[in-house]
Design a binder for this molecule. Sequence first.
Ligand code: F3S
Length: 418
Amino acid sequence: MLEGREGPAIARAMDLLVRYGEALGAERLVDTNNVCGTIGATTPLLRDFAAKRGGFDAVFSEFNLDSDEVVPTPKVRAYSCHLQLGIDPLHAEQLGTAPEVVTLLRRGEDFVSKMGVQLMNTCTPYLVGNIPVKGEHCAWMESSAIIYINSVLGARTNAEGRESAGASMITGKTPYWGYHLDDYRYGTHLVEIDTPLEDIADWGLLGYWIGDIVQDRIPVLTGVTRAPNLGKLKHFGAAASSSGGVEMYHIVGVTPEARTVEEAFGPRKPVERLHFGAAERRAAYATINAMAHDTKVDYVMLGCPHYSIEQIWEACRLLEGRKVHAESNLWIFTPRAIRHLADQNGYTRIIEEAGGFLMSDTCSAMSRATPKGTRVAAVDSVKQAHYLPSILGIQAWFGTTAECIDAAVTGRWSGGLR
Ligand code: F3S
């Protein structure tokens, strides 16, 4: 491959992977048949580049293969999925996306699908059919997805970038280092929980608090008395990978590599013992809400990471028969495939009749888009509450889904820690 026998794009991809692996001290490459990354050109920089250099082969060469020379893009060798984008073509008007940008997006989708990449367009491919199994070697981007598949599914991935994921798609190889190896996957910090974790919001607060302390190391949680469901684990991981760079965690008795504390730590001893009780929960809540002070809420955003169908169902149960306040807005984000399911189940109609929108493919942090004039947002995602103030310069309240729906209906924030 490196010598070019399989064409110039494969040679460049292999050169990139070899340089990457050598920089990290990887002994070899490993086969992968599960890659999630981005290829398209939905940001202004990439759109300009595609226009000036004549199209998507140029974008793939430069931004996925690290090649100045434009080489023809081959079909993928590994099962590959596209992550979220910056645009929802069906809600271009609400997001303020120009028609010519939607046209370019459609051309990009054509390019991506001709390569053989699945157009999942979500940060949660594991919700829509890409569910790697325990031990499966993957090459995924997207911090909230990486932590989910490593921890909850027992799959093996490092946090890839656009370049390495693109190179893995067309070669079916990734450097054999980091989370592909048993030694990297053992716990480092013991976290004893002794406060009830009732809802998704509680799991977000726990994740935010842990990530801030352990940064990029591996927490092992004990004292979890009720097994969390998918939505809680999804939110916990996204929070821990926002305040820190956590890419893997263990919950003793819940996650697949932690049947016991001993299994979770393997040959290691905990470097630190942490305790999460009522005071730590209060502290995490205060930190995440520190940027918000105005109670008039212009915008409620739900669906970070993208909502599951169960979460849409729950939001609809809270919303049905009510109306979004005239001076507020409600946008909910989900994978494109789940939006089809929501259409079929009547949930899209419930949301739209209330005055909200069910969108896909993107989110406010990715698209940099909020309803016009937004100063204050309310979100049920710690990750979004962490990023929106810094990305868009707005205030963001964090609370439960019910508090957020109430804020959308009343136009006011009245949430608080129970
Ligand atoms: Fe997904 Fe956007 Fe959150 S891409 S994880 S919804 S920041």
